[in-house]
Design a binder for this molecule. Sequence first.
Ligand code: AMP
Ligand code: ZN
Length: 663
Amino acid sequence: MTDKELIIQLRDELRQHNHNYYVLDMPSISDYDFDMKLKQLQALENQYPELHDSNSPTQRVGGAVTKNFQTVVHAQRMYSLDNSYSKADLLDWETRIKKIVDGPIRYTCELKYDGASISITYKDGVLFQALTRGDGTQGDDVTANVKTIKSVPLKLQGDFPNFFEIRGEIVLPFEGFNAMNEARVAAGEEPYKNPRNTASGSLKLQDSSEVARRPLDCLLYSIVGENTGILSQFNNLEKARSWGFKVPKEAKCVSSIDEVLEFITTWDQARHDLPYEIDGIVVKVNDLQQQAELGFTAKAPRWAMAYKFKAEQVSTLLNHISYQVGRTGALTPVANLEPVALAGTVVKRASLHNADQIEKLDVRIGDTVFVEKGGEIIPKIVGVDISKRLAKSTPTIYLSECPECQTPLTRKGGEAQHYCPNTMGCPPQIIGRIQHYISRKALDIEGLGGETVALLVNAGLIKDAADLYTLTIEDVLPLERMAQKSAENLVNGIEASKNISFERVLFGLGIRYVGETVAKTLAKHYKHVGALSEASLEDLEAVDEIGVKIAESVYAFFRDDNSIRLVSRLVSYGLQLELSEEALANQTTLLSGQRIVVSGVFETISRNELKALIEANGGKVVSSISAKTSYVVAGANMGPSKRQKAEQLNVPILTEQEFLDKV
Ligand code: AMP
Ligand code: ZN
């Protein structure tokens, strides 16, 4: 097999695995094997830039940056849908359309996904362009971003038309949404409010590699185009599925409004078990000929009707408002409710967000309030039943002092949240910071949980993360539910955390906006906490992927006396606040001044590791062979043209082993 054939075969193979995993939900290869094959393909593609294909599976990671999204006029307008809320509405609709078309009408019932609508065109089976809905007449070209969504096929299979447009919805499933929010909260950032806004916001991100990191999904529901040879909406869906699109299986074709209502009743209940949010059902006349006869009003097709679920809402009594203080000092007001059943769960608490929200709704203790459960995990209060308000009720006065330490609260300009500024003395902030420090992705201390941290702080045994390293078995034994064995485990776990890598300790410090990824970047760039703490603002901002907000936060952290003391104590207790010896030992100047080309696939080391090794030793990795190239490190499958060029220019070719012997 030639390299070119191998590239094509790998692309096909990986495309099929992607489809099985993201569209069919039936993985057909281990993650590891997938990564290996992807690496192999990447290596070959690097070697043969002339065989570049923007629809190769390697392109899913994104990289393209769009500064201004191009506005494009839709070939066919993207209409809105008429809404209905009852059986009567649907029967009215049926009467109206029966006046226009003859014969029996069948309906396709579909779920109404709550995300961002998207129009994608395919030319010769290859993704050509993706547009947002915009105002319906013209939308934004978000092709680069949409290409990173794994369930969107870049190349089609089967008997697809040469040119067609397909429409659907980009959604963010709950699971991925929650994971994103966990990461944000861990980095001291505000969580996203709901999956729909986050999905549509993601489409307009400038950096497509950021989009690639978001667990977005794309569900398709309609093919637009004249000459597809398809006769009904339901067949449309089946066809689209056969070409490789993700078309949910829930759609159903029925022959009466009564059956439509049955479908609605079923999904009004079952929607709570779906992995993503829906806000209703869309009913479409199935026959495309009948659809054509019905046509459009100024706003929407006559042949379709959305049935909107009532947002699940209940009313209940607001017993009192409590306030939570987070590890960053941010205050969150929480409504404590008379327990009430809502969307399959019993709700006792609801978020009130901040002082502005309370004022806007004029929520008062003793009010009967309306509670709704939307895409958010925590239900929210959407209004007050004024008719039930007690005569003696008074407006809610927002707290002026921290409920935990009585320090007057502050509110920074532009921020919605109130803060307790008593960073060092406020118990929930102290506890929250240490809990973050010991959390799984930070120091992950075995034998120590969040509750024990609270006990230790409340017993006056610790005030910050560094104090953990002074604890003895005798210190902790008197704590509630602490036995000899668990005390030993705890102390041993703390001791073992001294081996945790620099990047995780850095993350554990809880610097605002420094999440896992940023911590990794900073650790790698600065190598040592000393260098990081001395870095100027400009220097920080110059680091890849570090923006102003992060730079300012890091800069301020290392100029704060308390943080300085904490870090230096952690150093003195032997925590890893620099890259490990192993990582550093590999940093040499052995290859300085050398320009090295890496080509082919390697056995004992991955291509990326090899490049990292060259850079760690002061060498420079270059992509193409020239007279200035010092040498080529060649693995299996080095292309013949490259080899020829190296020979022509007298550039030495080293095997993997010959290179590894050098460093
Ligand atoms: P609305 O925004 O309420 O006017 O509803 C119209 C929108 O519903 C369309 O723009 C689509 O983005 C969205 N939608 C979600 N699911 C479907 C579906 N199965 N069929 C048609 N439109 C849908
Ligand atoms: Zn406080």
